[in-house]
Design a protein around this ligand. Structure first.
Ligand SMILES: [Zn+2]
Length: 134
């Protein structure tokens, strides 16, 4: 993914200054937070989840659902905000998803979600900020 240029680009030092160590590990090193570790998992208010790396709106809370996995799960991203790539790490073939604006890793997409899309976006909560609807 480093070969691609995103609308928002930062140097490694800039990312380290902007993000917490945990965010950096997840978003720039394709890490995964511990299941159930993020408070956003329990966010039930209406609002918008934005990228912690560039503030782009990624998911709307009405499309969030409780998957029981321990990670915030969404059905459908804001159109055009998320890109997918095939992730062959750890001996598995998974669909990785990242922010289309800054390229930060967000989580993975699985084909076992509820209707209408049938997709489950399994997202690391640290990669998101929540803005309650006003
Ligand atoms: Zn972003």
């Amino acid at each position: 993914m480093d070969a691609k240029t995103y609308p928002v680009t930062r140097t490694d030092a800039e990312w380290r200054a902007l993000l917490t160590p945990e965010q950096y590990q997840v978003m720039r090193n394709h890490g995964t937070e511990r299941p159930g570790s993020c408070a956003l998992l329990y966010e039930k208010r209406a609002g918008t989840f934005t990228c912690a790396g560039c503030d782009q709106p990624l998911f709307e809370s009405k499309l969030k659902f409780e998957s029981g996995t321990g990670w915030p799960s969404f059905n459908d991203p804001v159109e055009g905000s998320v890109e997918n790539t095939v992730d062959r790490s750890y001996g598995m073939v998974r669909t990785e998803c990242h922010c289309a604006r800054c390229g930060s890793h967000l989580g993975h997409v699985f084909p076992d979600g509820p209707p209408p899309t049938g997709l489950r976006y399994c997202i690391n909560g640290v990669a998101l900020n929540f803005e309650p609807a006003t």
